[in-house]
Design a binder for this molecule. Structure first.
Ligand code: GEK
Length: 250
């Protein structure tokens, strides 16, 4: 039996780095990831947990469920438990894909410790090219925002094409807003981070690191593009400050 991987407190941006390098999902980030995402993304725990509930409703017998950009497999596990609760779904397969080797390795330890017979496969690959098929539920949990803008429609179209009729995509993202709301939402997000123990220096350096890497879009851009990709119905089922999750049904 593999050991539960220890995760550390996120101190990556604690000391003044002078020139801050672009953010990357490397080994240092993978080691602190559970702490980092919980303290940085308002509503993260609820988004993950409800992804399992949504998966339980939209999963279809003998289909695939994809967790694209799975990091340490939090949504993979939530979807597994959502499916596990329904005996008709015991032949479903859950596929977690991430292009960070460090993330996939650590995700493997968490999956190995989880007690369920539902098949889970973890792959280190690029979600923009990996072939998808026979999908009843796909999760893109805070991942599309890291994909180059000109590749987003293509990825969503490939997901829609691979989705069975009545299947679903759960898309969680950081949003951007018009000028007035943007300032308010940014202030609230930074208050949230401060309340979780991040200093002003950590907040500023993380922002500098991630600004060129995470490109948020507005709610209307997301909804229109999901429809253009081939989803017939899109709802916002959750929002916490500037972080949102959509349910798109084919
Ligand atoms: C969670 N969903 O815990 N192909 C594969 N993986 C990618 C790609 C790509 N092209 N681009 C980025 N990633 C997770 C959290 S984190 C969000 C997702 C965050 C991966 C990247 O390696 C990272 O693990 C993940 O997408 C984004 O619910 O850190 O804010």
């Amino acid at each position: 039996m593999s050991q539960h991987p220890e995760h550390e407190t996120d101190r990556i941006y604690q000391n003044d780095q002078g020139e801050v390098a672009n953010f990357a999902f490397d080994g240092a980030v993978a080691r602190v990831f559970p702490d980092m995402i919980k303290r940085s993304v308002p509503g993260y725990a609820e988004t993950v947990a409800m992804s399992g509930v949504i998966a339980g409703r939209y999963a279809q017998p003998n289909s695939n469920l994809y967790d694209l950009g799975c990091s340490l497999g939090a949504v993979t596990l939530a979807m597994r438990h959502g499916v596990d609760a329904r005996p008709a779904l015991n032949q479903c397969r859950i596929i977690g894909i991430d292009n960070s080797q460090s993330m996939v390795e650590r995700a493997g330890h968490y999956i190995a410790l989880d007690d369920s017979d539902i098949q889970v496969d973890l792959l280190c690959d690029d979600i923009c090219t990996y072939p998808l098929e026979n999908a009843s539920v796909t999760a893109l949990n805070f991942v599309l925002q890291f994909i180059p803008l000109d590749q987003r429609l293509n990825l969503l179209t490939r997901i829609a094409d691979a989705t069975l009729p009545g299947g679903a995509l759960i898309l969680s993202e950081k949003l951007c807003f018009d000028e007035t709301e943007q300032q308010l939402q940014t202030d609230l997000h930074h208050d949230f981070k401060r309340a979780n123990g991040y200093s002003d220096l950590e907040i500023a350096q993380k922002r500098a690191a991630i600004d060129n890497v995470l490109i948020p879009e507005s709610e209307s851009v997301h909804i229109e593009r999901l429809k253009a990709a081939g989803f017939s119905k899109v709802i916002r089922w959750y929002q916490c400050f500037n972080f949102v999750s959509f349910l798109a049904v084919k």
